[in-house]
Design a protein around this ligand. Structure first.
Ligand code: ATP
Ligand code: MG
Length: 394
């Protein structure tokens, strides 16, 4: 298919002659003024624009600015009547790709247009390839290129779209909640609610009413009817964090919802049907809890249909520099600070430390280092002493 070139020039003679030169190779559309030019720019999505600088009414530089505000990538070549270098420089500053001065040399015109289109294609390809590379190191908001993380990305993709319950395990701070979100946002439920409930944070008496809701007057404090998280999460996902901390009574009720896909509000009689995808997480060893009798075996089998294990950070050392850089860039971006980097020695220290608090601890350390470093390169002295003292022995 021919590439489309939009030519904007107020002189009919210029339009006719340029069209004649370019027409055999390109699909040329023309406009006689700024307004018409911008209309065609929006409507016809040209691959390249030839834009006259001096036109009655709105001039070319203004048009260039308007185009750049809408799309930074489409190359624009300015056509200058005068040999004014100043105008050309101004245009390049505003994002023009090149300029041609009138009267045109036909050969030069052909070459400049062809070359500009070529380098534009190349740029796009580089951008595309770069995005591909980044993707292998990241999935949703998860960062990591270690085989363990790659495997997690693959599993998330495989199971995201089913309704199967997923159990995410791993030490504290390894990214379990982030994985739960990645599951939800990669599923067809992504436009429906993702509701997170921390089972450890609520006292026994409240958790049931949180989960299932209650009818007015069902207990002393129930002054109004309350809709529970199961209902709120309907057709979406419910993330039950720290599921190992649920009491036996609540475990039994949860089991029933998972089996029947329905429940009743506390004090209610009507069963309520729900379609909720359960994602559970724990940093405890559920096997152990089952053996000790504090976690129901039948519930364990119900939620452990598919399990995702997040290894501790110290077992995926190649992710440490990547994560450190990610958190640094994120902070810098959030606080609009000038760009900053880690020294080689700082990266070495980060890589050697065993990270008992895993990714969360790393994130905190990077944040502190950014404060200490005061805008300079991050050096070992900006890192906490626990990292600098000999951590190899621990
Ligand atoms: N692979 C990762 N890429 C980017 N950020 C991550 C990654 N893993 C964890 N994080 C970040 O680290 C912090 C801790 O992660 P998260 O809360 O998901 O851990 P967790 O396993 O749920 O911890 P806990 O068991 O203590 O609840 C969060 O700020 C999260 O964004
Ligand atoms: Mg968590």
């Amino acid at each position: 298919m021919k590439k489309r070139v939009l030519l904007i020039d107020d002189e009919p003679r210029v339009r006719a002659s340029l069209k004649m030169v370019l027409e055999p190779t390109y699909d040329v559309i023309t406009a006689a003024d700024a307004q018409e030019g911008l209309d065609l720019f929006r409507r016809e999505s040209p691959n390249l624009v030839l834009l006259d600088v001096i036109m009655p009414g709105t001039d070319g530089l203004t048009v260039l600015q308007a185009m750049r505000a809408e799309d930074r990538s489409i190359p624009v070549i300015m056509l200058t009547g005068t040999k004014s270098v100043k105008t050309a420089v101004d245009a390049m500053k505003l994002g023009a790709s090149d300029y041609l001065s009138k009267p045109f040399d036909v050969e030069e015109l052909r070459i400049v247009v062809a070359r500009t289109l070529e380098s534009h294609d190349l740029e796009r390809e580089v951008r595309y390839l770069r995005a591909q590379v980044v993707n292998r190191y990241a999935f949703h908001n998860l960062i990591g290129k270690s085989p363990a993380m790659q495997e997690i990305y693959a599993k998330i993709e495989q199971v995201a779209d089913s309704r199967t319950t997923v159990l995410i395990t791993g030490e504290s701070g390894t990214g379990k909640e982030l994985v739960a979100r990645a599951l939800h946002y990669n599923s067809s439920r992504r436009d429906r609610p993702f509701i997170a409930l921390n089972c450890a944070a609520l006292p026994e008496t409240l958790i049931e009413s949180e989960l299932f809701g209650h009818e007015k007057g069902s207990f002393t404090d129930a002054t109004a009817r309350r809709v529970g998280q199961f209902e709120l999460a309907n057709s979406g996902s419910l993330f039950l964090d720290e599921i190992g901390d649920l009491s036996p009574v609540t475990q039994a009720k949860l089991l029933r919802v998972l089996q029947e896909r329905e429940f009743t509000r506390i004090g209610g009689v009507q069963p309520i049907k729900v379609d909720v995808r359960i994602i559970a997480a724990t940093n405890k060893n559920l096997d152990d809890l089952v053996r000790r009798g504090t976690f129901r075996e039948d519930l364990y089998y119900r939620i452990n249909v598919i399990s995702l294990y997040l290894p501790p950070l110290r077992e995926r050392g190649e992710d440490i520099p990547l994560l450190a850089k990610h958190f640094l860039d994120k902070r810098i971006e959030e606080e609009k600070r000038p760009p900053q980097e880690f020294s080689k020695e700082a990266i070495e220290l980060l890589s050697r430390y065993p990270w008992p608090g895993n990714v969360r601890e790393l994130e905190n350390v990077v944040e502190q280092a950014l404060l200490w470093s005061q805008g300079a390169t991050i050096l070992p002295e900006h890192l906490p002493t626990s990292l600098r003292s000999d951590s190899r022995s621990s």
